[in-house]
Design a protein around this ligand. Sequence first.
Ligand code: ADP
Ligand code: NI
Length: 222
Amino acid sequence: MEENNIINQTIAHVKSCLAEAEAGHDWFHIERVWKNSREIARQETAGLEKTPDLLIIELGALLHDIADSKFHGGDESIGPAKAREFLSSLQVEEEVIRHVEQIITHISFKGGKEMAAFESVELNIVQDADRLDAIGAIGIARAFHYGGFRNRKIYDPAIPPNLNMTKEEYKKSNAPTINHFYEKLFLLMNRMNTSAGKEMAAERHHFMEQFIEQFYKEWEAR
Ligand code: ADP
Ligand code: NI
């Protein structure tokens, strides 16, 4: 099957998988990550010895959240398995399928404490694109949306951010959404993999800083 056709069929499949999805992880999130991925790939290609595989990048971006473990009882194997089943039905090459599975498995790798078990330029690009969608104006909207979805407080001065939570504690935490900025969103800029991603992240990071500053100002009626 032609690559264009594979992409179009994947778009249709992902849209139907995510028809009922929560708004922070719906088709529009996927579409933004897909577009960010293509933009980063376009900018990055110049400096690399080996051109990143655009089909793998696009499929990884499109399929990365079809079965988020957060919404499947913590099971992290469902996403990659669903992607494999779908791509096999389109007779996509085994090598491509395996790489896309790896991207889905490792995209939300937190960095820092754990060792990366898989590395590729294609994963780096899709991971950056996904992280970009968690910061800036869209990131702010998604964070408060997610907080509301989980019925969390917006802010509580008596509950300070906790930067030492384990992955498990973090998932269970019911902390106010403002804490999420310190616990995760402000850390993302320094974790970007690609130079194109870093540049895009800097602008979004700066916007979040301004937002937080204004938030406290209004909170204190200054
Ligand atoms: P993705 O699925 O895109 O890799 P996540 O699943 O970690 O990213 O988060 C999805 C969105 O929900 C992000 O915008 C993220 O900031 C937001 N989010 C995740 N956890 C929290 C939280 N504890 N409080 C507020 N927003 C959160
Ligand atoms: Ni995502």
